[in-house]
Design a protein around this ligand. Structure first.
Ligand SMILES: [Zn+2]
Length: 333
């Protein structure tokens, strides 16, 4: 076990996360997973680990769906120790674990990066613009000029934001030209993402216990984007989830760090109709929490031991974060 994991486990065993619970309020936790399987790991090992975690979660907490969470935050009806399990990026892992979650009656929510899903779906309909924006944003080839539909664009990592802003500002680019641009970028910079398609997510969303939320279009730090791009990333990801999956119940910020959001992004979320937004700092949630910047307890991508999982789910990461904050504050300027 790493030093960090040992610290988390020790802190949970001493019960220190309890010190950060708010008195007189229901303290609720949102957990964040990205992956459920390590690279190269036998699938059954990952499923067995998840079974143990879900069985414990079911016994120690009250698992709620995203729909129930949003409703409970609005009317104050969430029970103490309610827990919401969330996953970001809609990796194909979620398709393999959905039955196991159902077996233990633990609901979970999937936050969908609309452009990545459009790319995985090779979308040419409603999602074509999202697919092009994501392809430009994640272009990893050498700087290259591409011509499409009588226009041209110099693809290069340093020009991603400017290219996308120009594309969004033009607004009237014919579908054939966008399609053409997409195929050219894909040919120059092929990238297997292994993400869910819209059809996969529609099938999952047929189960009411599986929540659907938006996670932007192209997975950028929204606070650093232009106003035009910010609006597109937030409103378009919502529109695509609603149109192509059938629901969009909340938003999760890409990266979820302090520098991922700003007053402008929060205004934009509200204007796009979101009541609930998640970040990734560790804390408990109460009905007094600011709804558009809710914390989540992160689970690492690498498989962790059962003791570390329980420590993290109990909020040991909160203790670590507060300690770090206190140390930063105590350091002479
Ligand atoms: Zn993400």
């Amino acid at each position: 076990m790493s030093g960090r994991a040992l610290g988390l486990v020790a802190s949970a065993m001493l019960g220190t996360p309890r010190l950060f619970r708010q008195r007189g309020a229901a303290n609720v936790s949102a957990l964040l997973f990205h992956r459920f399987f390590a690279d190269g790991e036998p699938r059954q090992r990952g499923i067995d680990r998840l079974r143990r975690e879900l069985e414990w979660l079911r016994a120690a907490f009250v698992p709620v769906s995203l729909g129930r969470f949003v409703e409970g935050m609005a009317d104050g009806s969430l029970p103490d120790r309610a827990v919401l399990v969330t996953t970001d990026d809609a990796h194909r892992d979620v398709l393999e674990v959905a039955d196991t979650f159902a077996e233990y009656a633990v609901p979970f929510a999937v936050f969908v990066c609309a452009g990545w899903t459009a790319e995985a779906s090779e979308g040419t309909g409603e999602d074509l613009l999202a697919r092009v924006v994501s392809a430009i944003q994640w272009y990893e080839g050498t700087p290259t000029e591409v011509r499409y539909g009588g226009r041209s664009m110099v693809l290069a990592p340093a020009r991603q934001a400017a290219n996308i802003d120009a594309l969004l500002a033009a607004g009237d680019i014919p579908r054939e030209a966008l399609s053409d641009l997409c195929s050219r970028i894909d040919a120059l910079s092929p990238k297997p993402r292994g993400g869910c398609t819209w059809a996969d997510l529609r099938a999952l969303a047929g189960n009411a216990a599986i929540g659907i939320g938006a996670h932007s279009v192209s997975h950028i730090r929204l606070s650093q984007a232009s106003a035009l791009r910010r609006r597109f990333e937030i409103a378009e990801s919502r529109r695509l989830c609603e149109t192509l999956i059938g629901r969009c119940e909340a938003f999760a910020y890409p990266y979820g760090t302090d520098d991922a959001h700003s007053p402008e992004t929060r205004t934009e979320l509200a204007e796009a109709g979101f009541s609930t937004g998640f970040l990734t700092h560790s804390d408990f949630i109460t009905t007094r929490s600011e709804r558009l910047t809710l914390p989540r307890l992160s689970m690492p991508d690498d498989p962790m031991g059962f003791a570390e999982f329980r420590a993290r789910a109990r909020g040991a990461g909160i203790v670590m974060r507060r300690l770090k904050q206190a140390l930063r504050g105590a350091r002479p300027a």
